[in-house]
Design a protein around this ligand. Structure first.
Ligand code: FES
Length: 106
């Protein structure tokens, strides 16, 4: 398991265990993290799993592929340089301790 933290819009911090090899979105959704809706089921099409990367160990995150980057640009609410779709981030041991803030709205 990989421990990561999600900060909900209310400010509540939720530390969750993500199964290694699975997208973070599933772990967050299954743990009931508020704001992770995942309407498209992890296809990088809806941006309802949009989060901001607050802290992540060096080298733990690959750059977004074009599908993810396009969805963030055109679908996400208030995209920022640190925006990511959590359905496109695979839980790996390198991510242990990473912190994500749930974006509000779509
Ligand atoms: S679940 Fe739809 S973009 Fe991530």
């Amino acid at each position: 398991m990989v421990k990561v933290t999600f900060i909900e819009a209310s400010g509540t911090e939720r530390q969750i265990d993500a199964k290694e090899g699975e997208p973070l979105m599933y772990a967050a959704r299954d743990a009931g993290v508020e704001g992770i809706i995942a309407e498209c089921g992890g296809s990088a099409m809806c941006a309802t799993c949009h989060c901001y990367v607050i802290d992540a160990p060096d080298g733990s995150l690959k750059d977004p592929l074009s599908d993810e980057a396009d969805t963030i640009e055109f679908m996400a609410n208030e995209p920022q340089d640190n925006s990511r779709l959590t359905c496109q981030i695979t839980a790996t041991p390198a991510l242990e301790g990473a912190v994500f803030k749930v974006a509000t709205g779509r």
